[in-house]
Design a binder for this molecule. Structure first.
Ligand code: SF4
Ligand code: SF4
Length: 374
């Protein structure tokens, strides 16, 4: 398999609505992707407010032979509520999500299936539910080919999971050159631990939700001097794909241009030299000093916010202004603010912080954004 996977969480949309996926454009993207010899697609229950699984059913599953692509989906652990349910009821919950996913995609089976976005709390829920045993059973029945989990927590929690789940075929980790030596995300340590358990690795967020495709002029210039034909995003993708044991790098692509750029990078993949890897890690230190907010624009918080605050949009605009990208984020902030509740409308209910896979202190960060722009 070629190492580039199509992440289905930032698909082209209509009328700026996350749940209105532009199926015609998606079909063109899917066809171009397959045409160039790529075949890995990654969806999840939460993506596009539940519409991603349906969309890939229409654009891929209904239109291409089942053996021409590889499809990954994920058990939405964040939705599981054990309460005082009996073992039979817990099993019923898992069965119901899994069967619904098979129905929504129409795929018949999943090539890769993950426990989604595990951290300490969701790990406990997964244990209560016996979710690991459940997906293992589905694998034995031939409804899943490879089992794994995606992960957002610290190294010690990962070690517990790797010990508790010895037969997982792979792990999906957040790895990019900005998070490589980040104190709380700890990409490097997490990667090294997974490798020490001999796990195959899928990388998510190689471009950090798009942050590493919009770099400050000075850094863009340095990268262009190294290779005038390579896009800024391509450096981030290659960084992740160059690591030993990484067999797939997911990229959430929103249009044909992004798709083509990624395919050009990965069609005849050339690993980065050690010198270039060191250069990117060194530059990441500079980026960190710009005190960026580590939001990856996954949008999980959006559905949770009772005030409907467009949290990721505000964080992205804040980051862009700090990186001096010349896109006039202040003006864009005013426009966003005019049509939406602002950062100061936050009532500190904490619902967003509970779901944020990046463990961001969203309430405090919104105050920071508010005082910066307002
Ligand atoms: S803490 Fe603020 S931003 Fe977060 S969900 Fe509650 S109101 Fe929305
Ligand atoms: S604040 Fe957290 S949950 Fe919301 S979009 Fe950013 S990373 Fe995702």
């Amino acid at each position: 398999m070629k190492k580039l996977g199509f992440g289905l969480m930032r698909l082209p949309i209509l009328e700026d609505k996350a749940d209105q996926i532009d199926i015609k454009t998606l079909e063109l993207m899917v066809d171009a992707f397959l045409d160039q010899g790529f075949n890995y697609f990654d969806t999840a229950w939460f993506y596009h407010k539940g519409q991603s699984e349906l969309a890939i059913g229409k654009a891929l599953v209904d239109r291409h032979p089942r053996n021409s692509y590889v499809l990954a989906d994920k058990m939405p652990i964040a939705l599981l509520r054990p309460g005082t349910k009996s073992p039979e009821e817990l099993l019923q919950d898992l069965e119901s999500y899994f069967n619904r996913q098979l129905e929504k995609t129409g795929a018949g089976y999943f090539d890769y299936y993950l426990l989604h976005s595990l951290d300490r709390k969701k790990f406990d829920v997964a244990k209560t539910y016996k979710a690991y045993e459940f997906i293992q059973k589905k694998k034995d029945q031939g409804l899943i080919k490879h089992i794994g989990f995606s992960f957002h927590d610290t190294v010690d929690v990962l070690e517990e999971m790797l010990q508790a789940y010895p037969t997982m075929d792979f792990v999906q980790l957040q790895i990019n050159y900005l998070d490589w030596i980040h104190e709380s995300i700890q990409s490097q340590k997490i990667y090294q631990l997974a490798r020490s358990y001999d796990k195959k690795i899928i990388v998510m967020e190689p471009v950090k939700g798009g942050t590493l495709s919009h770099l400050p002029q000075s850094m863009t210039q340095k990268l262009q001097e190294k290779d005038p034909h390579a896009s800024t995003a391509s450096w981030a993708i290659r960084f992740a794909a160059s690591l030993d044991g990484v067999f797939m790098v997911l990229s959430g692509m929103s249009n044909l241009d992004q798709l083509r750029d990624n395919m050009t990078t990965m069609k005849n993949f050339q690993p980065l030299s050690q010198e270039d890897q060191d250069f990117l890690i060194q530059e990441a230190n500079w980026l960190k000093e710009a005190s960026l907010i580590g939001c990856t624009e996954c949008e999980y918080c959006l559905n949770k916010c009772p005030k409907k605050i467009p949290i990721p949009s505000y964080f992205t605009l804040y980051n862009r202004d700090h990186l001096d990208l010349g896109l006039d984020p202040k003006k864009k902030y005013q426009a966003t603010r005019k049509n939406n509740p602002g950062p100061s409308d936050c009532i500190a209910c904490g619902a967003c912080e509970k779901i944020c896979p990046q463990h961001l202190e969203i309430i405090d960060l919104l105050k920071k954004v508010d005082s910066y722009f307002e």
